[in-house]
Design a protein around this ligand. Structure first.
Ligand code: HEC
Length: 724
């Protein structure tokens, strides 16, 4: 039987289930799924709030989770779900909560870190990961469940009581380390996006380390009742599997990780196809240990949701050297071609492209060209000769940063300084390879598009995407060679720091990009508490359980400047994986390219909101998105970096928060005109949900702040029209 035949068979079974009373909530009233519906279009058919009355929106309720953490920059990235008048979301400290969606009154809170509630094996540490949402499954009114990940555990929670369903997995949870067909006990694994529920399966992706020691990103489906693994798709193929031939090192599959789905998936429920966007294989920036195109890294995968079998795939970046993970689930859409409607899938990327494919075959709906790209000069690295670029739609973010684009809103002396730096870097081609001299990454490491994803309006064929336009500089440096003679703790600590920590915390522990400085960690951490952090990780910081105790000691000695221990000998552990983990290069950090004043080095816009017509492939409108007060005062709208996505409604509106200035916005969906904005308590770096309870329409946004230097918060704020 062909995959397509199987897919249509499962279509048949879905319908049967529907007929036999499998209760489905109307997507019109609720927001029963991350992104609104499994199609991930972030569209609401509600019309009570429209272009004529949106100016009257008021805060209907605010729910405080009471566990924001301003010291450690906590965040809430959650797109909450609403089912049968109850809203479910996650908190900065990874709790799961239920509130009345009309009043915001709390029903229950589940705390995964309450060790008294259930047994957790000692070897596990708690990871405070980011959580973008939860998944819902119900069999009938009696059995309603929620699934979400805290640390490395996928939890199953009774939606009515907020208690774990103990018959699922081990005492109500499944450890994502297990069942990967490879021993990854010591590697970092969590999940930041909720799984997709298809029939009696929950299909899960993961977030893994981006360094040299990473777990593979295989996709797994678990039985919603028992937590048993029902299928696995190897995103890093094993011998005999399709795609294995795209790896030059035939043993790489045993050691290389990544190709993981951290951004979530979309589901064509009636066809039984799950669409899985993947990220790059690891290490992100040097591929000398993973030569070849490296399927299924940076792919859009169409899998049979019932069996995990591949239907089609498209690789958006060959042999990624830039961390160009697919950052969002694609939107499942319908477009018009020559008077006919075609079911399609639209995948936005960090690089500012939208790839559009026919949904069942993967045939591109606009031509995609393989363009020749500049080649690497790093030792042991091999660039792919070409990269795929869609001819239409045009990119929704600028593609290069040249001398003509330098930010001229700053004093002349700063312009001169930026030009001098720019002149020393590789720039001008989005596929310039990572280099020792520094390569401009533009649009940046965080898009183009990001995890907030797009929204699609079926009535017009417009896809709404917010984007960042921030240049970053990627600089490769040699990893200090291990000395042939015995090392001291200091030397080993310094070497391990460059190998495992410098990429985020910078060459001098000064921090980089959105990663904190740790040069004063000695004031906050002891060797013991630092080692606990290294074993657990926290939010965007991965865990380093794969390193031996002696290596943790050496790192602590170096980072905490424990100079009384510097001269002690380092006892080198034996590690069979070492060959794959020892890379000749690392990076100096995730460094934004800024003017001396701290503004992006490129001229505005630094953030945009775009409406792209997917019938014609044209950009219908584009506006700068986000403000800097000091420029706004001069009448210049610059746009700003932003995180979190839009929602589009049948009422004619695009709702989005996402900006660092902390506004919630409503735009006219046809023109991009700002119709309403509201200052949130802290920025809403999340995607809103739109729902109806008791005849009243609400728009809710999680306000967690904590990114882009903003204050952390703990609020979910719901808006509605005043009641007559
Ligand atoms: C992928 C990026 C990344 C890597 C690699 C990384 N870190 Fe971090 N680190 C972070 C982030 C992000 C945080 C902030 C975590 C949070 O949200 O609380 C952090 C926090 C820390 C802190 C706590 C700072 C504070 O003020 O509480 C220390 C100490 C630290 N890291 C040390 C290390 C060491 C040592 C290594 C190498 C073994 C390392 N990190 C590797 C991203 C990284």
């Amino acid at each position: 039987m062909t995959n397509l035949a199987k897919a249509s068979l499962s279509l048949f079974t879905t319908c049967l289930l529907l007929l036999t009373g499998c209760r489905q909530q109307s997507p019109m009233a609720g927001w029963s799924h991350y992104g609104g519906t499994p199609a991930m279009t972030r569209y609401s058919s509600l019309t009570q709030i429209d272009t004529s009355n949106v100016g009257k929106l008021q805060v209907a309720w605010t729910y405080h989770t009471m566990d924001g953490d301003t010291v450690n920059h906590s965040q809430i990235q959650c797109n909450p779900i609403v089912v049968n008048g109850v809203l479910y979301g996650t908190t900065p400290q990874m709790k799961l909560f239920a509130v009345d969606a009309a009043t915001g009154l709390e029903k229950w809170v589940f705390n995964p870190f309450d060790t008294t509630a259930f047994k957790i094996p000692k070897r596990f540490f708690f990871i405070m990961n980011n959580s973008r949402g939860v998944s819902w499954w119900s069999d009938d009114d009696k059995d309603q469940r929620l699934y979400y990940t805290a640390g490395s555990f996928l939890y199953c929670i009774n939606a009515q009581t907020g208690k774990v369903v103990t018959s699922f997995g081990e005492e109500g949870k499944v450890d994502l380390h297990d069942g990967l067909d490879r021993d990854v006990r010591d590697l970092f694994i969590t999940s930041t996006s909720p799984g997709v529920v298809y029939q009696d399966l929950i299909i899960m992706g993961t977030r893994v380390d981006e360094g040299a020691a990473a777990a593979p990103g295989h996709i797994r489906a678990y039985d919603v009742r028992t937590g048993k693994r029902r299928w696995i798709f190897h995103t890093i193929p094993q011998p005999g599997e399709l795609g294995y031939e795209t790896w030059k090192d035939t043993a790489a599959w045993r050691h290389i990780g990544g190709a993981n789905n951290w951004s979530g998936m979309s589901l064509d429920e009636s066809r039984g196809i799950v669409f899985v966007p993947t990220g790059s294989t690891s290490f992100d920036f040097y591929g000398g240990k993973r030569k070849g195109d490296g399927l299924f890294g940076d792919c859009l995968l169409a899998l049979n949701a019932a069996t995990g079998e591949r239907i089609w795939h498209f690789q958006t970046v060959h042999h990624d050297m830039w961390d160009r993970d697919l950052p969002t689930p694609p939107a499942l859409i319908t477009v018009m071609r020559d008077g006919k409607s075609i079911d399609a899938v639209a995948q936005p990327t960090k690089s500012g492209y939208v790839f559009v494919f026919e949904r069942t075959t993967g045939k591109p709906l606009f031509p995609i060209e393989e363009v020749s790209v500049p080649q690497t000069s790093l030792e042991g690295e091999e660039s792919a000769p070409t990269q795929p670029v869609p001819v239409l739609p045009p990119p929704f973010a600028r593609q290069s940063f040249t001398m003509d684009d330098v930010n001229d809103l700053v004093p002349d002396s700063s312009v001169v300084q930026v030009k001098k730096r720019l002149g020393g870097y590789l720039t001008g081609n989005p596929f310039n390879p990572p280099s020792r001299q520094g390569t401009v990454i533009f649009p940046g490491f965080d898009g183009g598009a990001e995890w907030g994803g797009p929204a699609f309006d079926p009535s017009s064929g417009l896809l709404y995407v917010n984007a960042n336009e921030m240049p970053w500089v990627l600089t490769m440096v040699d990893v200090k060679k291990e000395s042939a003679t015995a090392e001291t703790l200091r030397d080993a600590g310094q070497r391990l720091y460059t190998q495992y920590c410098q990429s985020c915390h910078g060459t001098r522990m000064q921090g980089s990009g959105n990663f904190p400085a740790i040069d004063k960690a000695g004031e906050k951490y002891t060797a013991a508490t630092l080692k606990t952090l290294l074993a657990s990780g926290r939010r965007m910081m991965p865990a380093f359980k794969q390193l031996a105790d002696a290596e943790h000691d050496a790192i602590a000695t170096w980072v905490l400047r424990m100079n009384d221990l510097y001269a002690k000998p380092f006892e080198k552990p034996v590690n069979p994986e070492e060959e794959y983990r020892k890379l000749p290069y690392t990076i100096t950090g995730y460094n934004k390219f800024l003017t001396p004043e701290g503004y992006p080095a490129i001229r505005p816009p630094w953030g945009t909101l775009n409406a792209i017509d997917l019938n014609s492939g044209e950009i219908r409108w584009k506006i700068p998105f986000g403000t800097y007060p000091e420029f706004e005062a001069r009448g210049i709208v610059t746009g700003s970096e932003n995180y979190g996505g839009p929602v589009v409604t049948a009422g004619g509106l695009v709702f989005i928060a996402a900006t660092r200035d902390g506004y919630m916005h409503a735009y006219h969906k046809k023109s991009g005109k700002l119709l309403w904005q509201f200052q949130l308590p802290v920025p809403g770096f999340a995607t809103p949900s739109v729902y109806e309870v008791g005849g009243r329409q609400y728009v809710v946004i999680a306000c967690g702040g904590g990114k882009l230097g903003t204050k952390s918060g703990d609020a979910y704020v719901a808006f509605a029209l005043p009641q007559e």
